[in-house]
Design a protein around this ligand. Sequence first.
Ligand code: SAH
Length: 448
Amino acid sequence: MRILKILQKVSTTLACPFQSLSSVRWSVAQSRACSSSSTTEERVPRNAVLRHLTSKIKATGPISVSEYMREVLTNPVTGYYVRNDMIRSDGDFITSPEISQIFGELLGVWCLSEWMAAGKPSQFQVVEFGPGRGSLASDILRVFSQLRPALGGAAVSVHLVEVSPGLSQIQAQCLTGGGTQAAASEDEAVYRHGTTTTGLPISWYRRLEDVPRGFSIYLAHEFFDALPIHKFQRTEKGWREVMVDIVPEEPDKLRFVLVPGPTLASSTLIQADEKRRHVEVCPEAGVVIQRLANRIAEDGGAALIADYGHDGTKMDTFRGFRSHQLHDVLASPGSADLTADVDFSYLRRMAGDTVACMGPVSQRNFLKNMGIDTRLQVLLRNCADPAARAQLVQGYDMLTNPKKMGDRFQFFSLLDRRRLTRPEQPDVEKKKPPAPLPVAGFSELSFS
Ligand code: SAH
């Protein structure tokens, strides 16, 4: 009931213009354009990244896949995310918030619902990891603005953890209209700040550690899949780490090799009872999860993580995307996105008992539980333009169809343990205490 009530108050306006799209990673027909401006159109000179990697390998020997991925994606000078604006119809890939405004609206409702379930704390931080072009935050903020009375007098603030200076400028344009201030020095924890078009304070950081403490709802959409993984292969002699080396006689080509003996990573990151032949582990994801779990346990709040992934079952998922096509991960490094499926069983293990974990549940189930069908009907009822109607229906299909993004994408949540316990009985009349409120998205929509 709560979710439906909140949802009914979200206005019926269409958020952004839509843009034609010929071919994309998820073969959608159209995508949205929150902002068409791009400050980082320029592609990385391909050889610069390759040269940097090969000189590193020549100096110190083969590098781990984790180091390779980190260098290619987030090297401060040549990194793919640092230098490119890739999440576009004419870029390398497209994501759910870029496909339909409904996605961000429902996540906005989720944030509000968890804030309410926590007793409406007076401070309310929304923290997003890797906000891309800013579309998700923009849709969430529109919902917050429309539901301002429900937020009472809470002091809402927005905090973005983004490693790419170029993307942070695109986010600033999308969320504030461009009126942000950049920090005077590179060393500042807050490297950009301003006020959103809806009137909320907004700040940019490179790391979670720099985000102020306090009740927070954390969001990470297609963020964890970009964090560097280690790869391991089971051999007759035990687990061996996969590394990246130069092809002998071909100094401009890279190849995978196995380290002959154990590495620190192969000795510490594999579970004793591991059954698979090939395993990918993302220790950086583990560190972020542990930090999130501690913050949620101490300050209250919740984290919602959405990504493609598995529950500890898949083996080789490391792949590249360029112009919406699969791309050899070792070819022309820096010219394509690199990604690996998120292992949610690992995230759950890293969270430990500090917080309660929900999911993973499929994107289809999560969005259906959040009322996507109701929201689509409301928008369609109020939209006469045939092109916009078709786009809404296509976007809905892309997000929920099990053959498209509906089953591959998963939702996972970290919750404050107090959220799932029955509140103390306040009065002496030993009545049964009220049950904890169900967690939106993870349980079926209730019409009671
Ligand atoms: N959430 C967005 C973008 C996904 S792409 C969407 O769904 O559309 C990954 C995003 O994470 C980009 O904004 C990228 O710059 C950012 N990113 C990648 N690695 C990061 C890191 N280590 N720290 C902070 N941000 C990172």
